[in-house]
Write a protein that binds this ligand. Structure first.
Ligand SMILES: *Cc1c(COP(=O)(O)O)cnc(C)c1O
Length: 392
């Protein structure tokens, strides 16, 4: 596929030529575990032997996501955490890792509760200050793990500065690009080594599949990761790979609408008397708005805000929402509301949550692609109903 094609074209065609034997326009779901061999010790087309190792539906997804991130190699896994865990195989006992201080809770849990057992130590640092990285680096630091913007506070890390730091010290840099997707942010272009996604979120986009992917342009990293994908075996089934592939076809138009709706709602929340503060990189008041404009093509569909009145107000507001569904996860076509302190980030100790700024009045919205006025009206009626309820 011509890599000069535009994003929308690659999303629909990369890795997805019409199928060779029937001309099927849509990549078939190759629901098979094994393949007839062409002779003893001769896998079909020199490649297809067993579906943990190679599957054409998964292969199409891997080629497509690599094209969208502007990388040369992609790999798909059974979940975002499986992709994250596969990357741990680039490390060995005694290695040290630097990681952003408000990464996804499951990532934190993997690094602290699983990797430490294997002798890999992680230090959590505030990546909004890239200069601080030098102070935390040790001679055995081998990986830098970045989420930007972060969850739930939408803090940014400077991709160029982080990649520069990693390159100077021979450290592998990884960006979890789940929140922005390659439509808005392409970390490899800034010198980052690996991009990883929970494809469960925007890439799949319809809240109907759990999946993970990674992309790199380093042959060395790819070879290591491809070996471990097969050796460890956390691969997605063909139907799951197909669902993500179908999601990718509409990624561009979905992301445009997610953002359009989120920008409008963020502006509305910023003006609202019931709201104490709003976190959205697209607002000029966001402390890193300039950096957001520099390294992102748009600001995405995630908004966090603090409601006045703390936990009681947050509860009253959230329980009165009608269109926004009270649920964990994000990135689907439907709008969701999350209370980080009680839901997604409950496993972080209260004292640590307070340090990070995850207060009891904090609410996170995954803004969907419904009619914008309906979403705005839903928030407004919930604010009004909550205010009445609280004062009743
Ligand atoms: C959900 C999520 C993950 C984990 O992915 P799963 O598909 O749930 O395993 C990792 N990183 C981020 C930013 C996420 O939102």
């Amino acid at each position: 596929m011509n890599p000069r094609y535009g994003f929308e074209t690659l999303a629909i065609h990369a890795g997805q030529d019409p199928e060779a034997t029937t001309g099927a326009v849509t990549t078939p779901i190759f629901q098979t575990s094994t393949y007839a061999q062409e002779g003893l010790g001769k896998p079909f087309q020199g490649k297809y032997e067993y579906s943990r190792t190679e599957n054409p539906t998964r292969g199409a997804l891997e080629e497509c996501i690599a094209a969208l991130e502007g990388g040369s190699h992609g790999l798909a896994f059974s979940s975002g955490m499986a992709a994250t865990a596969n990357l741990m195989n680039l490390l060995k006992a005694g290695d040290h890792m630097l990681c952003g201080d408000d990464v996804y809770g499951g990532t934190y849990r993997l690094f602290v509760r699983v990797m430490e057992k294997f002798g890999i130590q992680t230090e959590f640092v505030d990546l909004s200050d890239a200069a601080a990285l030098e102070r935390h680096r040790r001679p055995n630091t081998r990986m830098l793990w970045i989420e930007t913007p972060t969850n739930p506070l939408l803090k940014l890390a400077d991709l160029e500065a982080c990649a520069g730091f990693a390159k100077r010290h021979n450290i592998i840099s990884v960006v979890d690009n789940t929140f922005m997707t390659p439509y808005f942010q392409r970390p490899l272009e800034y010198g980052i080594d690996v991009v990883v996604h929970s494809a469960t979120k925007y890439l799949g986009g319809h809240s109907d599949v759990v999946n993970g992917v990674l992309v790199t342009s380093s042959k060395e990293i790819y070879d290591n990761q491809k070996f471990h994908q097969n050796a460890v075996g956390a691969v997605p089934g063909p139907l799951d790979a197909w669902l993500v592939l179908r999601g990718l076809k509409t990624l561009a138009v979905r992301m445009q609408r997610h953002e359009e709706n989120a920008r409008a709602l963020a502006a509305m929340l910023a003006e609202h008397e019931a709201v104490e503060s709003v976190y959205y990189p697209g607002l000029p008041a966001h402390p890193q708005h300039a950096l957001a404009k520099k390294q992102m093509r748009g600001f995405g569909g995630m908004i966090s805000f603090v409601i006045r009145g703390g936990l009681e107000a947050a509860r009253a507001f959230m329980e009165r929402l009608r269109l926004f569904t009270l649920a964990e996860s994000l990135g689907g076509v439907e709008s969701l509301a999350d209370h980080p302190a009680i839901m997604t980030h409950a496993s972080i100790p209260a004292a640590r949550r307070a340090e990070l700024g995850i207060s009891d009045g904090l609410i996170r919205l995954s803004v969907g692609i419904e009619t914008q006025d309906d979403l705005a009206n839903d928030l407004e009626q919930a604010f009004e109903a909550a205010a009445k309820g609280l004062h009743a």
